[in-house]
Design a binder for this molecule. Sequence first.
Ligand code: AHM
Ligand code: MG
Length: 335
Amino acid sequence: MKRISLTRYLVEQQRVDGHIPGDLRLLLEVVARACKRISQAVNKGDLGEVMGTADTENVQGEVQKKLDIIANEVLIEANEWGGHLAAMASEEMDSIYLVPNRYPQGEYLLMFDPLDGSSNIDVNVSIGTIFSVMKKPEGSPGVSEADFMQPGSQQVAAGYCVYGPQTTLVLTVGDGVAMFTLDREQGSFVLTKENVTIPADTKEFAINMSNMRHWAPPVKRYVDECLAGKEGPRGKDFNMRWVASMVADVHRILTRGGVFMYPWDKRDPDKPGKLRLLYEANPMGWLVEQAGGAATNGHGRILDITPTKLHERVSVILGSKNEVERITAYHLEAE
Ligand code: AHM
Ligand code: MG
């Protein structure tokens, strides 16, 4: 089998297909390099003094794990000097990170959740890095938080790297979804799946069932119908999975279909959801759409939402198209 490296894939996207400018290609190479370094830190585990909790909280008041901080630093250090970026935003930083004056400024904005699935770090379960790239709006002088307030439909690249039994980088530049497996001996990402497609129908759903009593009626209705199995209105048995690392749950859906939900619930009625629009919902939503699936907040397409703040949260329903449409229809009926 011909081995196609991430580098070659990106060069071909630039040269042959004209999908990406050279600057974006180099930026994605740097992100991939940072993911390799994070993967190494994750693999060391207890041998690398990377496990456990740091003595800090992030802007959302969540206790940070050492690996959250390490991954954030790796991404910043790798990306700040390349000249491709104007600024970065991270789930782990209060405000945007401007590229220091000593480096050339580029036109791209990079957003990331450096270590997704933090609750799984210490138990040796898959975790990952999620990233999203947009262009700074044209004509805006300097760079500010307002430049990040663009809907996900403006993304020019999005992806994640899952640190599991294999380290896999999953990427879209708007030309379908491709997966690259890290060859640890060679130290390079190798293309292992192209034109990833999510089947429109599925018999598998993913949601944290312990929150059932807090859900809105449309979510409860959908899950109740799944649980009723063959004898219920769906006429088929459903299976359930919940890794509690969005990267791993979305990776499963991109691999074999399914539907993932982290919906609004009444524990905190003023909070639209748990997951973050810029670092989680937008990149995952675009990947899923690029693979033929759908992503909504129950009422409309996630990628059409214009954020009003950096750490905005959103209700997320994504995966196999017919299931996402069904759950969205249940929400719209209940409006
Ligand atoms: P994190 O970015 O702090 O790790 O939180 C996001 C994670 C998602 O990966 C996952 O889907 C969800 O939180 C799990 O939440 P819960 O523990 O409530 O099931
Ligand atoms: Mg996360």
